[in-house]
Every structure is written in C-alpha cells, then in structure tokens.
Design a protein around this ligand. Structure first.
Ligand SMILES: NC(=O)c1ccc[n+]([C@@H]2O[C@H](COP(=O)([O-])OP(=O)(O)OC[C@H]3O[C@@H](n4cnc5c(N)ncnc54)[C@H](O)[C@@H]3O)[C@@H](O)[C@H]2O)c1
Length: 408
C-alpha cells in the first residue's frame, strides 16, 4: 500500500490526510505542534467541521498515524501556513521552506513533493527549487516538485474535497498524471494539469477576485447608506441584469486566504495592482465602519458601549475558525473605547479569547441592549425569539425580523 506523508495537520492537512486514509492509502500525518499531534493520537478532533469527525473515526480504523517527526518516504504533501510579511506584503516563506527542508533531509529517490499551501507566483522557482536542487546534488536523489493548491472552504470541506476541481502544476506532464491518480482516489471533479507558475498565480487570482468583488459590495453599502437607499434592494435589482452579479456586503473579510493572498500580488507587482490594493484596504476598513455605524445607533438611543454585544467571532457562518475575523479585527483595535467595552459571544467558540467574552447566550443577552450581528450562524436564527427586546444591527442581512433592526 502506498504511503502518503502529509506535513502540516491544520484546516487543510488534516481533512486531506483523512481523505487519503479512507481511500486506499496509508497516511503518516506530521505536525510540529506536539499538543495537536497528541490530541490527534488520542482520538480528539482539533476543529469543528461538518463530516470531519465521521471521516476521522473511519480513518482511525484504517492505516493512519500522527507524529511530530518526518519519516523517509516518496510522497509528501505540504500544507503549512503561508502568511505575508506586513511590511513588504510579500509571502513569508519561513514555514514552507522549513517544511520542504525537513522533507529533503529524509526523502527517497524519485520523491513526489506536492505543495498544497497557497504560494505567491514564482515562489517555487525563487525559494523552493534552489533548496531542492541543493539536496538533489548533495544526496544524489531526484525530486518531482509540484503545486496543487487547495480550494476547500471551512464549513463544507469534506464535500468540497470530493467535488471541487483541482489544479495540478508540474514541470512534466507524466508527473502530473501520477499525481492525478493520487487525488482521483477521492476527488470526483475535473483536474487540470498545467505549469507550476500558472498553478501558483491561478490560486492567488481566485481569492483576489473574491476579495475585489466583496470590496465593491462593501463600498456600495457605504454609498447607499450616505444616499439613504437600501443597498440590498440595489443589489437585488442590479443582479437581475443578465451580466451583473454583485456580492453581499459584510463587516469585513477574515480567514487564512482572502485577507492574505491578494497581498502577495500587491507585494510582488506594486505598480500593477492599485485596484487590488484598494480593495484590500476597503475590506480592512469595514470593521471600523461597523464601529462607526453602531456608534450612531448607540448615540441615538443613549446606550453605552458596555451594553453592546458582538454576536459571532468566527470569520464564516457555522464554523469555529476565527483567524483574522472582522470581530477579531475590531477587538484588537488598541486604544478604542468601543473595542474595550463591547461584549462578545459566539456559540462555536469555547476558548476564552477576550475579557468580555460570554459562553452562555442568555447571559450575553441579559447584559446587552444592542446586538451586532457579525456572523450569520444558524444558531441566531434558531434563537431569534430571544432578540425581541433588543436593538439589532445586522451586518450579514440574515433573515431575522424585528421592528428594531438596522442594516448596512
Ligand atoms: N484554511 C483554509 O480554508 C485554506 C483554504 C485553501 C488553502 N489554504 C492554504 O493552505 C495552507 C495551510 O493552511 P491551514 O489553514 O491548514 O493552516 P493551519 O495553520 O490550520 O495549519 C498548518 C499546520 O502546519 C503546521 N506546521 C507549520 N510548520 C510546519 C513544519 N515545518 N512541519 C510540520 N508542520 C508544520 C502547524 O503547526 C499547523 O498545525 C496555507 O497556505 C493556506 O493559505 C487554506
């Protein structure tokens, strides 16, 4: 049975490992985070995700193991973080280089090195290939580099692993065909084999497209508010045009992809990206715009910030991933009295992250007069009866009905 080594067992690496383990491969999952590996070994789920626990239980009965040390093998999938450098806006390659180097030290001849992490265009040529060449010479081995970026979204990962089409970026088509066989074990969608450079830029372009289009909707929300027109009505009517598809505005964008990947293009192509940069700035300004709008409402009703509650910490509905979420962006605003005093609750987050965080919904409601809907968790709709006495500022246009409701 072929062994696949997955390096990095986070939101991407873990579901991918479980998929391979339940579709005919032996999997060795590796992560430098000892606590995470211990938890996985003891059968604990590391994050909430629809269908993940079932897959995990199934995988445990198959051939899957978890460790902190990389072992010798011939197939490696890298799924480690790829943040950007705040100053230069370029990709920070420290995690990916470290992961690749640890593989190069132990891998066998003719190893398939598959990079799933999102990387900026040219990263493999600039940062990975020189490292690979060095070890190929030193250890007299041959490595087949490829880039197979992941497109799955938290909340629907298991389904999307099976049904999303994939891009396979390679130097040689034969390598692409071999990699296709691996992914075909669980992926039912189309797979396109292309060059590494095209695979790199395509992934970043996909996320940039979304970021720019969300920024347009967010800017439109601000225009509409200034003009005292309902933005949702504008979008609904405009979208009846056969070639118009405006997205919905929101309190900002979060996660590990949209607030990060467009910066790769800005960092590498500063003269060609004024639109992409501006879109990033618009989306990053939305949490402050939320504060502005809530402050207007609070002044109108003479309500102090300490009686305002943010509902939702995660960056997407019905998931527990809160990385770079708009709520986090608000609460991290230093020296901001709103951020200091406001209360916060998320039914998906059990970890204590903030001073004014609640873990019981009723206690949260008892202590606030204004609820700011930052995330459209199903939980809120299910409990909308308990919002009757509250003033609501709904940044997500949920279906909540109330006389005291404000929208963008
Ligand atoms: N999360 C998403 O929705 C998503 C979607 C598509 C693509 N991606 C991309 O996938 C990549 C991984 O993202 P993620 O969300 O899974 O990140 P994550 O932070 O959830 O997981 C990454 C894991 O890698 C581990 N790690 C770091 N360095 C390591 C090393 N040298 N050896 C072994 N393990 C190491 C970390 O401990 C961590 O557990 C990123 O490039 C991201 O942009 C993420």
């Amino acid at each position: 049975m072929k062994v696949i080594n997955v390096i990095g067992l986070g939101y991407i690496g873990l579901p991918t490992s479980l998929m391979f383990a339940t579709h005919g491969y032996r999997v060795r999952g590796v992560d430098i985070n000892e606590k995470l590996v211990e938890l996985l070994k003891s059968g604990g789920a590391t994050f909430e995700e629809k269908g993940l626990l079932d897959l995990y239980k199934k995988a445990l009965t198959k051939k899957i193991s978890f460790a902190t040390e990389i072992q010798s093998g011939d197939t490696y999938i890298i799924a480690v973080p790829t943040p950007y450098d705040e100053e230069s806006k370029k990709i920070d390659t420290k995690y990916i280089k470290a992961a690749v180097e640890s593989v190069l030290k132990v891998c066998q001849n003719n190893t398939f090195l598959i990079i799933e992490s999102t990387i900026s265009p040219g990263t493999i040529d600039k940062h990975i290939r020189p490292l690979v060449s060095e070890y190929e010479k030193k250890r007299k081995i041959r490595i087949h580099i490829s880039h197979c970026p992941e497109r799955i979204i938290p909340g629907n990962m298991v389904y999307e692993l099976v049904h999303n089409s994939r891009t396979i970026g390679v130097d040689r088509i034969e390598v692409g065909e071999e990699i296709k066989i691996l992914y075909k074990s669980f992926c039912q969608a189309e797979m396109v084999i292309t060059s590494i450079k095209v695979a790199e830029i395509t992934k970043v372009v996909e996320n940039t497209f979304r970021d720019v289009n969300i920024a347009f909707a967010n800017e439109l929300a601000q225009i509409a508010h200034s003009a005292e027109i309902d933005v949702y009505e504008i979008i609904k009517i405009a979208n009846m045009h056969p070639r118009v598809k405006i997205l919905q505005p929101g309190p900002g964008v979060g996660g590990h992809c949209l607030p990060v990947d467009p910066w790769f293009l800005v960092g590498d192509f500063p003269n060609q990206t004024p639109l992409i940069k501006q879109a990033r700035l618009v989306n990053d300004s939305m949490p402050s715009y939320v504060i502005e709008r809530v402050t207007e409402i609070a002044f109108k009703f003479d309500i102090p910030f300490s009686r305002i509650g943010l509902y939702g910490i995660s960056y997407k509905e019905n998931v527990d991933d809160y990385r770079q979420s708009p709520t986090l962006q608000i609460l991290n605003l230093k020296n901001n009295s709103f951020a200091r005093d406001v209360k916060v609750f998320d039914p998906f987050i059990q970890k204590n992250l903030f001073q004014n965080q609640y873990f019981d919904f009723q206690n949260f409601l008892d202590d606030i007069d204004i609820i700011v809907v930052m995330q459209a968790h199903n939980h809120l709709l299910e409990n909308q009866d308990s919002l009757k006495e509250k003033i609501i500022f709904d940044t997500k246009a949920t279906l909540i009905k109330s006389e005291n409701i404000y929208h963008f």
